[in-house]
Design a protein around this ligand. Structure first.
Ligand SMILES: Nc1ncnc2c1ncn2[C@@H]1O[C@H](COP(=O)(O)OP(=O)(O)O)[C@@H](O)[C@H]1O
Ligand SMILES: [Mg+2]
Length: 278
């Protein structure tokens, strides 16, 4: 990465405006890393595919992608090759074990830690290329509020914020939602609480965060933002086991508590995705 390829100071590469959000795209994101975004995105995709939807997961964690690891895929071609013109979009789309498609990023690409105008354009081209072919596109984004993450999230009609009940995760989720309300004029963010210790955690945490959002974010942005609980996924030893075996939970142990929670989440998610206009 050379200084010349960075956007000039004063010319930031902005997220897309709300009018350009893509209806079928759901960003799976979080404030803090390691909370379960990739686990949720991959297994939610499998659950949605099982319900008959054509699903693609796009590994939008460009710098630190690991969807391939979870799915035990060894991609020869990735989004990086699409971006650099080495292959077509079709050549880089793989079939995942759960009956859905994936577009993997390839890991360790330091150049993707910063959003340049080129990456922004390539990313836009890729997403506009895949969206017409699927019913639902899930973006497995990085954590936090870097410009790459915020750009990926800005493309999505729906945001699924993953948080664990830990105070650090909740603080980071709050900070991220605040940015989404301000910078992206989001009025709705959906919350899934992962690694929950008890049923009802998502509702309780959503209420708690909503109170803080109502007090501080509305006063700053002048607009209310709603946090909608989408349920919780319990801490389940089978999740780690599946990751260690590099299997999808939905395939390894579809009846375990976390897999059942993902199935319920898929039921809620399919209701929020809008049908494709004919
Ligand atoms: N519900 C859960 N129960 C137990 N362990 C979990 C659960 N969700 C995630 N994990 C553990 O957390 C790890 C990190 O999850 P991952 O999806 O890679 O996070 P992220 O994509 O947000 O960085 C997983 O590999 C798994 O071991
Ligand atoms: Mg991840």
């Amino acid at each position: 990465m050379t200084a010349a390829s960075l956007p000039p100071a004063g010319h930031p590469t902005p997220p897309v405006p709300p009018t350009q959000r893509l209806d079928k795209v759901i960003a799976v994101t979080s404030g803090k890393g390691g909370v379960g975004k990739t686990f949720v995105a991959a297994n939610l995709a499998a659950a949605l595919a099982r319900r008959g939807h054509r699903v693609l997961v796009l590994d939008a964690d460009l710098g630190l992608a690991n969807l391939d690891v979870v799915l035990n895929l060894y991609p020869k071609l990735t989004l990086h090759d699409v971006f650099t013109g080495k292959c077509t979009l079709d050549e880089a789309i793989l079939q995942a074990p759960g009956g859905f498609s994936v577009l993997l990023a390839g890991s360790g690409m330091v150049e993707y830690s910063r959003l340049t105008a080129e990456i922004r354009d390539e990313f836009l081209r890729a997403i506009h290329g895949v969206v017409p072919r699927y019913d639902i596109v899930l973006l497995d984004t990085g954590a936090g509020i870097s410009d790459v993450v915020l750009f990926a999230v800005s493309l999505a009609a729906e945001v699924l914020m993953v948080a664990t009940p830990e105070p650090t995760s909740l603080t980071d989720a709050y900070a991220t939602i605040k940015v989404l309300a301000g910078q992206q004029q989001r009025q709705l963010v959906r919350l899934v609480v992962n690694q929950a210790a008890r049923p009802g955690a998502a509702q309780a945490i959503a209420n708690q965060l909503q109170q803080v959002l109502d007090r501080f974010v509305v006063s700053e942005t002048g607009r209310p933002i709603s946090l909608l609980p989408m349920g919780e996924i319990p801490v389940d030893p089978e999740v780690r086991q599946a990751v260690m075996r590099r299997q999808l939970l939905m395939e390894a142990t579809p009846g375990c508590p976390a897999a059942q929670a993902i199935t319920r989440l898929a039921g809620l998610v399919e209701k929020v995705t809008k049908p494709t206009p004919a």
